[in-house]
Design a protein around this ligand. Structure first.
Ligand code: CP
Ligand code: NVA
Length: 307
């Protein structure tokens, strides 16, 4: 049966650990895998811009011996030129997997339901699971552990924050989220994550005050204040989120060797200062690199089943 990656919850803790072990091997023994997805094909259906997600999937597919086709907003015109279901049924006849980057999360659910092939969420307004998996892998790589680590997310309770809640809860990391009133993470995601976290003896705490959230944290994480699709709100959000900047003052409150993370793209001077982004604590570009390694493991897991 085909397997999709719509949400981090599609993988158990054990399956994520398997993905991470495969990622370790993909990093160390890259050439051994250069035919692993020979003859396999991937369509990237993107309704929003992308640097990391597009390039890491396309190059990752190439490095595994497969092939990818990029379909930007102008080509497929999802739901306008033809329905999501007709697109997904057609692509199911041509390729082995689809990465969809879209606005409404339900578009991904509809595509996965109607496709005979694996569908991967390449970001929706609600979730960004590939990002969160690569982020937790980066923490594991840098700190050599996950259980008991405290990640502090400062800023908008957006798609990245929602997926981090799931990823931390499943993998046993504690997570503190500091966001302004009205910008907390999705309520249902938060409730579900709480249940998963308590099963895994991990803690989730919501704060309004970034200082309280950052104190003693092992990881400081942020994302843009206005996500793709929220451009019109950018000026208002810049005012509201000003106290939620990751700067040297906030970094001083975290553990001395705290990792600084950002999913990118970053708006330097807004959610993060140049100083912090370029500091020795920053692992931001290793984190970006790991998108590709972790996604190669995901592609092998979803597309690579020996028939
Ligand atoms: N972090 C991330 O998904 O980057 P892109 O939007 O450039 O793909
Ligand atoms: N929250 C951001 C993440 C970009 C990778 C957005 O949705 O635009």
């Amino acid at each position: 049966m085909k397997k999709d990656l719509i949400c981090v919850k599609d993988f158990s803790c054990g399956e994520i650990e398997e993905l991470f072990k495969l990622t370790d091997r993909l990093k160390k023994e890259k050439s051994k895998f250069n035919k692993r997805l020979y003859g396999k094909t991937l369509a990237l259906v993107f309704q929003k811009p992308s640097n990391r997600t597009r390039v890491s999937f396309e190059v990752g597919m190439f490095e595994l011996g497969g092939y990818s086709v990029y379909l930007g907003p102008g080509e497929i015109n999802l739901g306008v030129r033809e329905s999501i279901e007709d697109v997904s049924k057609t692509l199911s006849r041509y390729v082995d997997g689809i990465v969809l980057r879209t606005y409404e999360h339900k578009n991904i659910v509809r595509m996965a339901k109607s496709a005979d092939i694996s569908v991967i969420n390449g970001l929706s307004d609600l979730l960004h699971p590939c990002q969160a998996l690569a982020d937790v892998y980066t923490v594991r790589e840098k700190l050599r552990k996950l259980k008991g680590v405290t990640l502090c997310y400062v800023g908008d309770g957006n798609n990245v924050c929602n997926s981090l809640l799931f990823a931390c809860a499943i993998c046993g990391l504690n997570i503190n989220v500091a966001s302004p009133r009205g910008y907390a993470p999705n309520r249902q995601v938060f409730q579900e994550s709480l249940v998963i976290a308590s099963r895994n003896k991990a803690r989730i705490n919501l704060f309004n005050n970034p200082e309280d959230a950052a104190r003693g944290a092992d990881v400081l994480y942020t994302d843009v204040w206005a996500s793709m699709g929220q451009e019109k709100e950018a000026a208002l959000r810049r005012k509201i989120f000003r106290p939620y900047q990751i700067n040297n003052g906030l970094l001083k409150l975290a553990n001395k060797k705290a990792l600084v993370m950002h999913c990118l793209p970053a708006h330097r001077g807004d959610e993060i200062t140049d100083e912090v982004m370029d500091s020795k604590n920053s692992v931001i570009f290793d984190q970006a690199e790991n998108r590709m390694h972790v996604q190669k493991a995901i592609l092998i897991r979803l597309l690579g089943a020996k028939k």
